[in-house]
Design a protein around this ligand. Structure first.
Ligand code: UGA
Length: 435
């Protein structure tokens, strides 16, 4: 099949590369000429494990193409994916749909023959209706369908998530031609017996928000259990294991930490809250989740300050990990963006290291010294804190760290070490929700 993908962000690029790998002929289009030029040269705009090889292989086999020209991309395309950004609109938290509608109009002006227009971007309920209306207005006679097909991939595990998803959701493929097209696109997953949920378009749009909101709520729930564990002398990791073994609850997404971040949960929970308020059906659980998570990210600096004896003025704090999670260079809404400025405001000097996030972090943080590796980062520091659970922080040479630190204090906001072992190594070790 001929596929066009509009937008080469996380979702667009990964979807494009994976559809090409499924055997389709895919053209990815983006307005950003320098990004397209770099992609053509094999340079990825994001850090995502396995993506560079997948792109390289499919470009070599001539199934994957990049262009800035939508006319070229859309030429005789059977399906066109809208995978542009839907950032939070400043001020009100609503998803900004201007890129989605601009893409819809670009498609309207260029599509040829029966075309399935697929929204992959996370869009509020009703967006598909609006996309359809806008296309219809520009092309009253055109033959097309607008289908919702939300994406559930995670950064850092994107390719595996795309190729081996728990399910695929398709909304609004009522026209048999549209349904056949979607089945054909995902044929390799059909063979794997991946459940494909065909539903109404509005339902499909809501499924995406409901999934992210539920996961954000699950994380927030365990984070509150962590605070309660600290207060009553329990161990949150064992609480998580104890409840997670109940199949109705499930053990995933129960790692307590400094609060969720990233480009999706904060934005999507907020957008869902706004949609629900406007629809007169407020989602109070999600409203609370948003508030609790925001407050948590802000409170983490105080936890570090308390561990350092209540005062960090004039002290140097070594921060290991800046990105919102490992295996990405993405800094959007990372807890580090709340924690580091608060430590600085309390008078601390911050030295930081991250395996992939430094280039982005430089643009978002001020007066931070960036180290080249974890040991350089901790040298002469008065405390060390782990904000992201990168694998390379899971096997640190603790003798070296101890010799390098001024004070053997470790604040681990990701619970990647065992408290007993850290104490045996001679550290004061503070973690989340554990005695
Ligand atoms: C999330 C969803 O997991 C994807 O299914 C979805 O497709 C994506 O949003 C999206 O809407 O595009 P992502 O933001 O890449 O994916 O990252 P997650 O792995 O979900 O992590 C989000 C945040 O939750 C991170 O800050 C992470 O540290 C935190 N988290 C996650 C925890 O604190 N504890 C956990 O147990 C799990």
């Amino acid at each position: 099949m001929r596929v066009a993908v509009i937008g080469t962000g996380y979702v667009g690029l990964v979807s494009g590369a994976c559809f090409a790998d499924f055997g389709h002929d895919v053209t990815c289009v983006d307005k950003d000429a320098s990004k397209i030029a770099r992609l053509k040269d094999g340079h990825m705009p994001i850090f995502e494990p396995g993506l560079e090889d997948l792109v390289e292989q499919n470009v070599r086999e001539e199934r994957l193409h990049f262009t800035t020209d939508p006319t070229e991309a859309l030429k005789s395309a059977d399906a066109v994916f809208i995978a542009v950004g839907t950032p939070s609109r400043r001020g009100d938290g609503h998803a900004d749909l201007s890129y989605v509608f601009a893409a819809a109009e670009e498609i309207a002006d260029r599509m040829q023959g029966y075309t399935v227009v697929v929204t992959k971007s996370t869009v509020p309920v009703g967006t598909g209706d609006e996309v359809e209306a806008r296309i219809r207005k520009r092309r009253p006679d055109a033959e097309f369908a607008v289908v919702s097909n939300p994406e559930f991939l995670r950064e850092g595990a994107a390719i595996n998530d795309f190729k081996r998803p728990d399910r695929v959701v398709v909304g609004g493929a009522d026209d048999p031609r549209a349904r056949k097209c979607m089945e054909e696109l995902y044929r390799p997953l059909f063979l794997n017996e991946t459940p494909i949920v065909f539903t109404e378009r509005r339902t499909s749009e809501l499924i995406k928000y409901a999934a992210n909101a539920f996961l954000a709520m699950k994380i927030t729930f365990i984070n509150e259990m962590a605070d309660l564990s600290e207060a009553v002398g329990a161990n949150v990791q064992e609480v998580a294991r104890g409840i997670g073994l109940d199949n109705r609850i499930g053990s995933k997404f129960l790692n307590a930490g400094p609060g969720y971040g990233g480009s999706c949960f904060p934005k999507d929970t907020l957008a869902l809250v706004r949609t629900a308020q406007e629809a007169g059906a407020p989602t109070r659980l999600i409203e609370a989740t948003v508030k609790v998570n925001d407050a948590r990210k802000k409170s983490m600096a105080q936890k570090i300050i308390d561990a350092a004896g209540g005062d960090v003025a004039g002290k140097t704090i070594a921060v290991l990990g800046l990105t919102f999670k490992p295996n990405t260079d993405d800094m959007r809404d990372a807890p580090a963006l709340d924690i580091i400025p608060a430590l600085q405001a309390a008078g601390a000097t911050v030295r930081a290291f991250d395996p992939e996030g430094v280039a982005e972090a430089r643009q978002m943080l001020r007066d931070v010294e960036f180290a080249k590796g974890p040991y350089e980062c901790v040298a002469g520091a008065d405390a060390m804190t782990i904000l992201t659970e990168w694998d390379q922080f899971r096997a640190l040479d603790w003798k070296r760290v101890k010799a390098a630190l001024n004070t053997p204090l470790v604040v681990d906001l990701r619970n990647i070490y065992r408290p007993e072992e850290m104490r045996e190594r001679g550290f004061t070790y503070v973690s989340i929700g554990r005695p």
